[in-house]
Design a protein around this ligand. Sequence first.
Ligand SMILES: [Zn+2]
Length: 287
Amino acid sequence: MRGIQLTKLPWTDVPAIEDITDSLPKKGNWDAKAKRWVVQGVWDGKTYNKGPRSPEDIHTIVIHHSGPPNGTIKSHAEYHARKWGCGIAYHMVIDKGRIYQTNDLLSMTYHSGNNNTYTVGICVNRDLSNSEMTDLERKLLYSAILTVKSLLPITNIKGHRELPASATACPCTSEDRIRKDIESLEEQIEYLNTPSAERVLSYAFAERINDLGTKFNDIKWGVPAKAKVMQLAVVMEQLGYTGEVTPEGIVKRVRDIYNNSAMAKYEDEGFKKLLIGANKAKEVGLL
Ligand SMILES: [Zn+2]
């Protein structure tokens, strides 16, 4: 799982995930290294595994901070490479306003002691022991978590310190808050992805008006199309239209609202305006 893409989110201002796995310093490949297959902290004393993990084995996201001293992703990669002979141990890193993928999500890496077979490690690249995550870091972290959750059968989100037999304060931030926020974001996403009858109606309205607008220059249908559109004149003020009401102006206004609300996918303001138009359109028999 390389080059992963952001899942659908309740916001649109998060930059694309950049996969920098191949450009980071490394001494070897995680998948080529034979690693103790420690399951839930217990090793049978003989099993070593190479190669990528099965997606179904990966059910926990582990949150890390990079801790002191603050370093770059590259410096962490160099340090991890020296320590374990592969590359960076995190799968994803939040750093300076971006989300980076730093390993194949299926690679088993050494980010959490004896808990690496079933986990994906996401690191906020800053020392969170002396200050809380910024709003931006939190937003990027949540975007990364939701993205990993959309790709793997994740059932748990844990801080590094919450794992069995871990002796660390990492990630020095409230895991409960993260879990609670993710839960409510998932509810929001589900709501937004389920089009209500009203939402369907408002978009049908936009399509209908757009369609009538394309007929304005038609010799036969132009005049009746304009007359139909003009029936909406009375609600145009509520749709934020100012100035002299013309058929072309109405169509343009509806197209603008539609385009803006489609761009900011989950923007409710445009949808509400379209719904006003849709109700009028129904009343006059346009829908
Ligand atoms: Zn950690």
